[in-house]
Design a protein around this ligand. Structure first.
Ligand code: MIG
Length: 799
């Protein structure tokens, strides 16, 4: 715990006896004799908000994290008073609030089992240096409890036994267990007795979580200022906890354009224009699919944002247009630091309008970044965000740039202790003026938000695309993200896997790592293994610092190029599958990657697994994390799984060896799944899709699958112009039934579904499509059980 060593030491203070209780609609208010107030708001039957003040009044209620679209409302709320406590009952939860000391305990309303219980509960320490309180909470860990989440922490999935800090930090070449790094997502899921709940501590000050490290049976969290303000989210399924957290903090405001789910190539830096063209041409010559090419800071004139180095890029508009004709979308980097230069229009505008951050006593916040000495826009001011968003007009509307990459937005400052702004810097914070202590963790989020606003405006009627390095809870509404400056080592390959899974279980699914590693150079084997993992991440981009050598798919010899091509091609084939998973995420908050614990928390074997994960709903993947491997052991969750490469059927609930030479990787398909595929394209939209392939994996029993499609970009889907196919597969000993229920007003360009049936245990004799029977002879059936059916069929019986 934090000990206040400044001045007078008063130590921890605690709420005393409850003196009064009031109920105002959905909010219950408890006041103690020593003036502490607790507000419990019933957000939903399974979501309670706890908010404490020690001063008798609450500050303005404002949060950057909580979305205005969050669902609210409950079915049942009852409060009763007993001798020693108040009892709050919803349809999902029972919450006790003890009269003696304001502590609380939460139970499952179904079976009265304990879910989460205060130990000391809320307590605080006065902050002599800054005013206000250091706010603290401690809870009892339940027997066998495990913990998950917290954003981008580069640690094993289960957080038990560790302590963490949330303070957004530029962390070049971080390693396993480095903490904190780029993101602050103060949300975790606790799991015990097969039941999961979540806690989102919505406090943007520097905060800490201790999962039974300091004391074996105690979990605590605290922050250096602000309010004790947290949401308790009940499952009991972990997937529900994550979905409810994502509902609170927001789903992506729109689906990403399909091309953004293709492969991206990046380096620090590709310049001049001829180099960019050489790279893009090579992709097409070698037939390696690629949709996006990146320009890092060297495209600018002296690192001035929104300018071009005309020597390297004499005619950006022409170049971007030519790249576009070849299927490449151009993405450029934009940093927050604005060069102090009185001849530079962005600087002048910022200065004239008073848009830059200032120190406590008035001078501008001056810091050194790539352009030299800079000032920094205060993105927590809505007027500044508007201004910033309009700066993208030329880049996006005129020049045709399709995406913007926000870097250094922690904010990173060079050559100073702490590598960021000092605490005293002032921020608008939507009119709730504050210091950098409070605004630091959301600065990058607000920059990405302002960028998003610009991209959205000027890309219209197409969808915006933004990438950010720094993030706080809720940033997923506006942007994708990458995991920052990793290193080309085998350990970092497994860190990338952990970080992507962890971000997904923290509500932020549009995530990927710098494939191959940013710092240093991978050998061909490491690069190939990393590509294999990367094609199963929602955001798929190779990036490197460049000064250690080339890192393009062809940089490691023909053998490696072939492996890389094979896996990027697989990514493009799986695009409708990934897009469907993204739609599920954007609609319902279901993470795109599911760690095994999130997939099946009832199987305790999953609680400590790190490497295996589910991609979308039906694909089990596990990277090879070691050099010279011919395969590996991995755990299979319960159920039946088909080896993707051989169709061999594996029974789950056990650990098994899987062969995987360098050109392969352990990938399995859940029995009963129907996996949609497109043909291989060199970029999204290269080909008209003439048929949808559905790989159908036989199972005895029932399984449902979905395929979501739309125009791949634009906003028509919001008006109902999408196509959703809901399939139910039912397998019996000598019959396979597939039913389709279709919804949405989008007409897909193809007419045919090509079903390729795997693992069918019988020989096909007859097929009935919508009650019409076809004998074996009439069918366009070839030896491998491939069947072409009209896309609108309702009911298919294979006998
Ligand atoms: O101080 O723009 O994480 O992806 O290539 C380094 C140069 C600044 C850090 C980013 C990295 C990017 C690099 N940037």
């Amino acid at each position: 715990m934090i000990i206040n060593t400044e001045l007078e030491y008063k130590g921890n203070m605690f709420p005393s006896q409850i003196a009064s209780y009031e109920k105002d609609l959905d909010t219950l208010s408890f006041t103690t004799e020593n003036g502490v107030i607790l507000h419990i708001t019933v957000v939903r039957d399974s979501v309670l908000r706890f908010r404490y003040t020690t001063t008798g009044i609450f500050e303005n209620d404002f949060s950057y994290a909580i979305t205005k679209y969050a669902s609210r409302g409950y079915n049942h709320l009852e409060v009763s008073e007993e001798e020693d406590k108040y009892v709050i009952t919803t349809s999902k939860l029972i919450c006790h609030v003890f009269k003696a000391d304001l502590r609380s305990a939460i139970f499952d309303a179904k079976d009265n089992s304990i879910i989460c219980q205060d130990e000391l509960g809320f307590h605080w320490e006065e902050s002599y240096e800054f005013g206000g309180d250091i706010v603290k909470m401690s809870k009892n860990a339940q027997e066998g409890e495990s913990y998950y989440g917290l954003g981008d922490k580069p640690v094993d999935n289960n957080l038990k036994g560790k302590r963490f800090e949330n303070w957004v930090t530029d962390s070049y070449a971080y390693g396993k267990n480095t903490d904190p790094i780029y993101k602050a997502i103060p949300f975790y899921t606790g799991l015990h007795n097969k039941k999961a709940y979540g806690i989102f501590f919505d406090n943007t000050f520097r905060s800490f979580f201790d999962f039974c490290q300091e004391r074996r049976n105690i979990t605590s969290f605290w922050a250096q200022g602000g309010e004790m303000n947290y949401y308790f989210i009940y499952g009991p399924e972990m997937s529900e906890v994550v979905a409810n957290y994502t509902d609170l903090t927001g789903k992506p405001h729109e689906l990403p354009a399909l091309w953004t789910l293709g492969y991206h190539q990046c380096k620090w830096s590709y310049y001049p224009e001829s180099k960019v063209k050489e790279i893009t041409k090579k992709f097409r010559d070698l037939k390696i699919p690629c949709d996006a090419i990146y320009l890092d800071i060297d495209y600018m004139d002296g690192f001035r944002c929104f300018t071009w180095n005309k020597e390297y890029f004499p005619d950006p508009k022409r170049m971007v247009q030519e790249l576009k004709e070849d299927g490449f979308k151009t993405i450029v980097i934009i940093d927050p630091g604005i060069k102090i230069d009185h001849d530079y229009s962005v600087f002048k505008e910022g200065l004239e309008n008073d848009y830059f951050c200032k120190r406590a006593d008035g001078p501008y916040m001056k810091g050194k970044v790539w352009p030299g000495e800079c000032y920094f826009p205060d993105f927590t001011n809505p007027e500044v965000r508007d201004w910033w968003s309009n700066l993208f007009r030329e880049l996006v509307e005129e020049i045709g740039v399709k995406g913007v990459w926000n870097d250094m937005n922690e904010p990173a400052v060079m050559e100073v202790p702490g590598k960021t702004f000092p605490y005293d810097v002032r921020h608008d914070y939507e009119g709730h003026h504050c210091s950098h202590r409070k605004a630091h963790n959301i600065y990058g989020m607000q920059m990405a938000r302002a960028t998003y606003q610009g991209l959205k405006k000027f890309s219209y009627p197409k969808r915006p695309f933004v990438i950010t390095r720094a993030a706080y809870s809720g940033t997923q509404r506006y942007t994708s993200s990458w995991t920052g400056d990793n290193v080309a080592t085998w350990e970092h390959l497994s860190i990338a896997n952990l970080q992507a899974q962890r971000m997904c279980m923290s509500g932020f699914s549009f995530i990927g790592s710098d494939i191959g590693g940013f710092a240093e150079q991978p050998n061909g084997e490491l690069y190939a293994r990393w590509i294999q993992l990367g094609v199963f991440h929602p955001f798929c981009r190779t990036h490197s610092s460049g000064d250690h050598g080339d890192q393009e798919p062809w940089a490691f010899g023909d053998n490696i190029t072939d492996v890389v091509r094979k896996f990027i091609e697989l990514r493009y084939q799986l695009l409708p599958y990934l897009y469907t998973a993204f739609w599920r995420y954007a609609e319902e908050g279901i993470p795109i990657l599911k760690s095994l614990v999130l997939y099946d928390q009832h199987d305790t074997h999953t609680h400590y697994r790190n490497d295996e994960f589910i991609f979308g709903e039906k694909i089990l993947a596990c990277p090879i994390n070691e050099p010279n491997a011919k395969g590996r052991r991995m755990y299979f969750p319960k159920g039946e799984w088909y080896n993707f490469w051989t169709d061999e059927l594996v029974n789950g609930g056990q650990e098994l060896w899987v062969d995987a030479d360098l050109d392969s990787m352990p990938v399995f398909i859940k029995a009963g799944a129907m996996i949609p595929k497109y043909p291989i394209q060199q970029y999204v939209g290269e080909k008209e899709i003439e048929e949808l392939i559905l790989d159908v994996y036989y199972k005895e029993g029932k399984e449902t699958s979905q395929v979501y499609e739309d125009a791949n970009d634009g906003y028509d889907y919001i008006k109902g112009r999408y196509s959703l196919r809901n399939f139910t597969l039912t397998g019996r000993e000598n019959e396979l039934i597939i039913q389709q229920h279709k919804s949405g007003k989008y007409t897909t360009p193809y007419e045919t579904l090509k079903l390729r049936i795997h693992g069918l245990p019988f020989k096909i004799k007859t097929v009935k499509i919508d009650k019409v029977e076809y004998s074996f002879k009439d069918l366009k059936l070839n030896g491998d059980n491939t069947l072409e059916v009209h896309k609108d069929f309702n009911d298919l019986h294979i006998m």
